[in-house]
Design a protein around this ligand. Structure first.
Ligand SMILES: [Zn+2]
Length: 299
């Protein structure tokens, strides 16, 4: 397993053709071609599941603490790049106070960020520089850059061949940042509503608009997240306005914002902005149009 990794074979980046320069995010044939290839998925999956589990337990244990009925964590398998769309708990009773809402909301992201940070250290220590001529596919969050600097890797201008554990920490950071966005009923939305209920709707709408801009300038996938959040709505269930959360919780709200800044990746995948994709598909669309006109005898 380590040998495969040392040979410069990154499961996220290897093409089915077994070439080192052709990159594929879905190297399915390669993964099933040998048990040692498949075994590379174990440290990745175990690390990611542990990070997601800790995140959900952060919410769950606060629910237990406040005697609010909630289910234990569920994991949702999905044929996405990371094999899951995450985990969730279902809270079956209303949350009555802003203090409880804040604690349950922030418990998850903090409980998930800590193991993700530990695994970032382990995984990045095991990662290596990319082979010459291979461009990095994934963008890294700010916290990875900081960990790299602490590990003496510097700012890695040529990019890193991520060890599977680092890749799982990367996915854990992505999940943390998606949850911390201050929108609707995401964790960040709960935190925002608990601290500033009157700003909740406006900040939610602004954040969704920000995601559309990010799709244009950084990564097209943000548009999907913006549409999904738009459909889910920016409303938040009623919570008694008084008492206000303690000043300590307002400070912790600042920590949540810091965690968002550390884990957010404007370009989780590089080189896939809306204008770039449009440039890519435009010639094909033009060809189809000319073809159709030709068949109709109009050209
Ligand atoms: Zn959460």
């Amino acid at each position: 397993m380590q040998h495969e990794f040392n040979a410069g074979r990154d499961p996220m980046m290897l093409a089915d053709s077994d070439s080192d320069t052709e990159l594929s995010p879905y190297p399915i044939l390669w993964a099933f071609s040998s048990l040692s290839h498949l075994a590379l998925g174990v440290p990745f999956a175990a690390t990611l599941l542990l990070i997601l589990f800790c995140h959900e337990m952060g919410h769950y244990l606060y629910c237990r603490h406040y005697r609010i009925a909630a289910t234990p964590p569920f994991f949702i398998p999905f044929p996405s790049m990371i094999g899951t769309v995450g985990a969730f708990i279902k809270i079956r009773a209303p949350i009555e106070t802003r203090r409880k809402l804040f604690d349950i909301g922030i418990g998850g992201p903090i409980a998930g960020f800590i193991p993700a940070l530990v695994f970032a250290f382990v995984g990045l220590a095991l990662s290596q520089p990319l082979p010459l001529g291979v461009e990095p596919v994934l963008g890294l969050p700010l916290v990875f850059e900081a960990v790299n600097a602490l590990l003496g890797h510097g700012w890695m201008p040529q990019g890193l061949l991520l060890h599977p554990v680092a890749l799982a920490a990367w996915a854990g950071m992505l999940a943390t940042s998606l949850n911390l966005l201050p929108v609707g009923q995401l964790d960040g939305g709960h935190i925002l509503f608990a601290l500033f209920p009157r700003w909740h709707r406006y900040v939610s709408l602004l954040t969704i608009a920000g995601l559309v801009l990010m799709a244009w300038y950084f990564y097209m996938g943000w548009i999907l997240w913006a549409v999904l959040l738009g459909f889910m709505g920016t409303k938040h269930p009623y919570v008694e306005p008084w008492p206000k959360p303690s000043p300590r919780r307002y400070l912790l709200g600042g920590v949540a914002l810091l965690l968002l800044a550390l884990s957010l990746m404007p370009s989780p995948v590089k080189g896939v902005t809306l204008p770039q994709v449009w440039q890519g598909v435009r010639p094909t669309l033009h060809e189809w149009k000319m073809d159709a006109l030709h068949k109709l005898g109009l050209k």
